[in-house]
Design a protein around this ligand. Structure first.
Ligand code: FMN
Length: 234
């Protein structure tokens, strides 16, 4: 479907290409991100919209290996706990229902419950911790807009990035992070954007087709019909 869209000029086409090319990239080379590129990424976060233009975000740039290792260990523990819970409650088994090969299933479960899926922050060139002011109503949405702006900017600069919330969800992890990074009480941790030069291009993850997502005027009437042939996306 996306390939069939008619984009009216290069400006729209270039932007949409960035949207389509964006992936969660979790493997990086050892190449550094230049200071110029880092500043562009941060500036694109600053330009994000926010409710009442409150701009509740603050960014901590983490590039020192010791600090990246700390982030990574908090993320690893957090993901390990979360996925172990999902495994014990059988949610994970439901999620991987389609994966029939028993060996592959076990490998996937092991990888998730180990928490290693979030350890890549140690290998990222840069991690940006995104904080938001607690006294701003719309802070979760505002900070998400800033993160997405920065993520797309990474793609446009040929960099790879991954948005993480694993180390920010559990209040115990948040306390650890706040103590370590000296984050004042009036801020909450909303996310981390890890980034670097991509070591490989990740495959696109599946998306729900438009014909299943979009309702017309009221919920229940779909705006788009399911395409007849190819069985592809609307
Ligand atoms: C709010 C949010 C939280 C996420 N948290 C994590 C995370 O903690 N760890 C991780 O590896 N990826 C995380 N992701 C990345 C998603 O797994 C990824 O966006 C999704 O699988 C779709 O893949 P794509 O980004 O390559 O299209 C998060 C993404 C979002 C938007």
């Amino acid at each position: 479907m996306a390939e069939e869209l008619k984009l009216k000029d290069d400006y729209a086409a270039n932007f949409f290409k960035v949207v389509l090319d964006r992936r969660s990239v979790r493997k990086y080379t050892e190449e550094r991100i230049s200071d110029e590129d880092l500043k562009i990424i941060l500036e694109s976060g600053r330009q994000a919209p926010s409710g009442e233009n409150a701009q509740p975000w603050r960014f901590i740039v983490v590039r020192d290996q010791k600090n990246k290792d700390f982030l990574s260990s908090v993320g690893k523990n957090a993901s390990g706990r979360r996925f172990t819970g999902e495994y014990l409650s059988k949610r994970m088994q439901d999620r991987f229902e389609g994966l029939q090969d028993p060996e592959k299933r076990i490998q996937a479960f092991k990888r998730l419950t180990s928490g290693n899926v979030s350890a890549f922050m140690a290998e990222a060139d840069t991690n940006i911790i995104i904080l938001g002011r607690k006294d701003v109503w719309d802070a979760p949405f505002d900070t998400s807009a800033a993160i997405e702006n920065m993520h797309l900017t990474c793609t446009s600069l040929g960099l790879g990035a991954c948005w993480l919330v694993a180390p920010c969800i559990d209040v115990r992890d948040e306390m650890k992070m706040k103590n370590y990074f000296g984050i004042p009480e009036e801020f909450k941790l909303f996310g981390i954007l890890s980034m670097g030069v991509p070591a490989r291009v990740a495959n696109p993850r599946p998306r729900i087709p438009l014909h299943e997502l979009v309702h017309n005027e009221k919920y229940g009437e779909y705006l788009y019909e399911k395409p007849e042939e190819k069985g592809g996306e609307a």
